[in-house]
Every structure is written in structure tokens, then in C-alpha cells.
Design a protein around this ligand. Structure first.
Ligand code: NCD
Length: 308
């Protein structure tokens, strides 16, 4: 019998598996017709206990583009969680109805609890301020497609590095490639959690610096990954208000960057990228969304063990 696989962290996949996933996603992108019915009869459940537009619809769109169907809920209020049902019980039920489940939850570790009680593959679609592996797959595929490689890059990560789960997953994933340098750009209060710093320190092939001024970092970067200040994870509104506009990427700052630097953002954007930057050919955050759908298609195929 095939072993049941889940995706909780990008490290659940080997570098070879990651590369194979990106290859499949590229094949789907270049010949979507060929994949239009590969999931006929399959059902994806999206269990979202926390708001989302992109991630949930990206999963649903991925399944629909392969002929499968989708079901689920988009907030904790519209599920039995509102009545006090545990994640463990909910996934036991979902396992009877669907073939695969994407779960987002405000509590760190909740999708892991689900995976432990599930008889279908569970994908972590974001757990609190912890991890967001499918955003990382999206980011890796975008970088590989636009830059041709994942090695030898100087990557600037800017904004809320403390609560930004996409940043945590992306660092862990990029650390497995050769010669990646990170420039962490954040206010003092929103620096990376200690456990990620410790991982960075153990990797001799990676360098990192922590700085506060975005202008200082701009000229060195090949990739600038902007993030939103995660309002929902703050303990008080005053701190959020004080920090929310700490960084605003605008045309003036873009003038300091290399001609071929690319700007990424997991979205949603609030104020951290001025709308005027959208016209800059280096702004790739909307293109990034498209890659997200293809890589989720490839992931669903992999976890459902559907081979073409
Ligand atoms: C991110 C998330 O949910 O962590 N969004 C997303 O999935 N595309 C980033 C964010 O919410 O700021």
C-alpha cells in the first residue's frame, strides 16, 4: 500500500522532489489541455479557519483545472469549530467526503494535528505565524522561472519577519540551495524568530545580515521579497499602527535597485508597496500568483499519486 503523504513544511520535500514538482508545474503551464481531466472524480476539501482569497481560490482553481471538484468552508464561523468541534474530529469527517484537504488555521501546528488523524493527504495552507509551504513552492517556482536558478542569489526579505510565515518557510527552503545570501530588513520589533536565526547560523553555504534601512539593502539585491505587517497576530493595535507603514517601497527606492532585481510579495499588499511600483517591469507579484496555481496542481497530483 502507498504511504499517505502530507505537506506541513517545505522541508517535507527533498530538493529532488521540489525540482520534480516545479518541472511538472512547468509542463502543466505549457500544456494545460493535457491535464484538464487528470483529477476527474476527485474531490479537494478546503478547510479555512482563517481568511484567505488567493490561497483558497488558488487551490480550488488548481483542482477545477484538472477536472476535479471542491468543497469546504472559508471561515471558522461557518464550520462546526463554532460549536467547539476539534480539528482532529473535523478531519476524520472530511476524510470520509474528500480525497485531499488543504487546511489553514490561526493556531500553529493545527494542520499537523489534522494530518495525524487523517486518512487523506493534508496540506498546510498556513498555520498561524509558523509555516506556509505552498506559498514557498510558489515563490521558488517564480524565482526559478524568472531568474533561471535558485542558487547564488542575494535575497532581501522586508517587513514583518517575526509573524510572516511565508518568510519562515522561504528561508528554510532556500537554505538548501548553494550560496544564497539573505538580507533581513525589519524594524527591531519584527525581527526573525530565534529558531530561524539558529538554522541560518548552522548553514555554512548561506550568509545573512540584519538591517533596518531598506535603502541600504536595495543595491545589493537580486530579489526583494516584501511582506505585510501581520495585523491579526499583534497583541495590541497601537503597536500595529506604529509599525504598519515602516516600509513603503516606491519609485524612488526602486531607482536604487539593480536593473534585473525582481520584487515579489505573497499578497495581500496593504501599504508596503506603493501602487506606482506596479508599472515597473521588475514588479512580479501579480505574475507570482499564476505560478501558485500551477505548482498547487503539481502538488495535488503528487500527493494523490496520479502519474501522467
Ligand atoms: C500570506 C499568508 O497568508 O501568510 N498570504 C498568502 O497566502 N498569499 C501573506 C499574508 O497574509 O500577508
Amino acid at each position: 500500500m502507498n504511504e499517505l503523504r502530507h505537506l506541513m513544511s517545505p522541508l517535507d520535500l527533498s530538493v529532488e522532489e521540489l525540482n520534480a514538482l516545479m518541472d511538472t508545474a512547468e509542463k502543466i503551464r505549457s500544456d494545460p489541455e493535457r491535464y484538464a481531466h487528470v483529477c476527474d472524480g476527485k474531490i479537494l476539501a478546503t478547510c479555512f479557519y482563517e481568511p484567505s482569497t488567493r490561497t483558497r481560490l488558488s487551490f480550488e482553481s488548481a483542482m477545477l483545472h484538472m477536472g476535479g471538484r471542491t468543497m469546504g468552508f472559508a471561515s471558522a464561523d461557518s464550520s462546526s469549530a463554532a460549536k467547539g468541534e476539534s480539528v482532529a474530529d473535523t478531519i476524520r469527517i472530511i476524510s470520509c467526503f474528500a480525497d485531499i484537504c488543504a487546511m489553514r488555521h490561526p493556531k500553529e501546528g493545527a494542520p499537523m494535528v489534522a494530518a495525524a488523524h487523517s486518512t487523506i493527504p493534508v496540506i498546510n495552507a498556513g498555520d498561524g505565524g509558523h509555516q506556509h509551504p505552498t506559498q514557498t513552492l510558489t515563490d521558488l517556482m517564480t524565482i526559478r522561472s524568472l531568474k533561471g536558478t535558485l542558487s547564488g542569489m542575494t535575497v532581501g526579505l522586508c517587513g514583518d519577519l517575526k509573524f510572516g510565515r511565508t518568510v519562515h518557510s522561504l528561508i528554510q527552503a532556500l537554505l538548501r540551495y548553494e550560496n544564497v545570501r539573505f538580507v533581513m530588513i525589519s524594524p527591531e520589533e519584527l525581527k526573525l524568530p530565534g529558531y530561524i536565526i539558529e538554522e541560518l547560523k548552522t548553514k555554512p553555504n548561506a550568509g545573512f545580515a540584519e538591517i533596518t534601512k531598506l535603502e541600504e539593502a536595495m543595491p545589493m539585491l537580486d530579489i526583494l521579497y516584501m511582506t505585510r505587517v501581520q495585523r491579526e497576530r499583534f497583541f495590541n493595535e497601537e503597536d500595529y499602527v506604529r509599525l504598519k507603514d515602516f516600509y513603503i517601497l516606491d519609485k524612488k527606492k526602486m531607482r536604487l535597485a539593480k536593473e534585473d532585481m525582481i520584487v515579489l510579495h505573497p499578497l495581500p499588499r496593504v501599504n508596503e508597496i506603493a501602487v506606482e511600483v506596479d508599472q515597473d517591469p521588475r514588479a512580479k507579484y501579480f505574475e507570482q500568483v499564476k505560478y501558485g496555481m500551477y505548482i498547487r496542481m503539481a502538488l495535488i497530483l503528487m500527493l494523490l499519486r496520479i502519474e501522467i
